[in-house]
Design a binder for this molecule. Structure first.
Ligand code: ADP
Ligand code: MG
Length: 199
């Protein structure tokens, strides 16, 4: 079972890898965006990690709703509201349970991903974070390692796609041949589940 401390470790591990990969995320956002994805997420997850260092909310759901709220208030651009919605929706869906199973997390993440789709109007194949998140959630039933592999594969598979949503879509065919920054950061978020000690 996964308790509030597991969810705190998940968010802190995400903050650490976003910090480590910030330059790469910004470099990916340079040819098909405005070169701010790394710094956007770094600002957001630094705020999340700082808040969770002061006080860990009592339940998994509260850890994620707090984190989502902070992302919305600190991250500009498209990614802040989208990641914020993902975590808030997932947290709300977990309810007030003190511990949740991996299967319950998979179910809750599914509703978080639906929230991202409703807010941004994108679907898998549009070259967005959904191309990593959707396969990851599908694979979560097999374990956190399988979810990480599916997310990383999904992120790499955005390279030949033409962007149909977000800033990159303004480039039309010129968006082809570049890996999507948001799918890449989503793969970091999913990989952090393994780093948090999930099996
Ligand atoms: P901005 O595009 O406002 O500069 P970021 O650079 O932080 O914001 O984030 C860009 C990422 O957000 C993209 O790589 C893509 O994965 C994701 N994104 C953009 N628009 C959407 C959308 N409508 N639905 C899902 N993800 C999106
Ligand atoms: Mg950007």
């Amino acid at each position: 079972m996964l308790d509030a401390d597991f969810f705190r470790r998940w968010m802190v591990a995400t903050a650490v890898s976003v910090d480590r990969e910030a330059d790469r995320l910004t470099a990916l956002d340079s040819p098909i965006g405005d070169a701010d994805h790394g710094s956007n997420l770094q600002r957001g997850f630094t705020a999340v990690a700082a808040a969770l260092e002061k006080e860990v909310p009592a339940t998994p759901g509260d850890v994620l709703t707090l984190s989502g709220r902070l992302l919305i208030s600190t991250v500009g651009g498209a990614a802040g509201p989208l990641y914020g919605t993902l975590l808030r929706r997932t947290g709300k869906s977990l309810g007030d349970a003190a511990e949740v199973s991996r299967e319950q997390l998979a179910q809750a993440l599914r509703s978080g991903v639906e929230g991202v789709m409703a807010l941004g109007g994108a679907a898998p194949g549009d070259k967005t974070m959904l191309d990593a998140l959707v396969p990851a959630v599908e694979a979560l039933g097999e374990g956190f390692g399988a979810a990480r592999a599916a997310a990383e594969e999904g992120a790499v598979a955005t390279t030949p796609l033409q962007a149909r949503k977000g800033r990159a879509s303004y480039l039309g065919e010129r968006s082809i041949g570049h890996q999507d920054p948001g799918a890449t950061s989503s793969a970091l978020l999913i990989a952090a589940l393994v780093e948090a000690g999930g099996e």
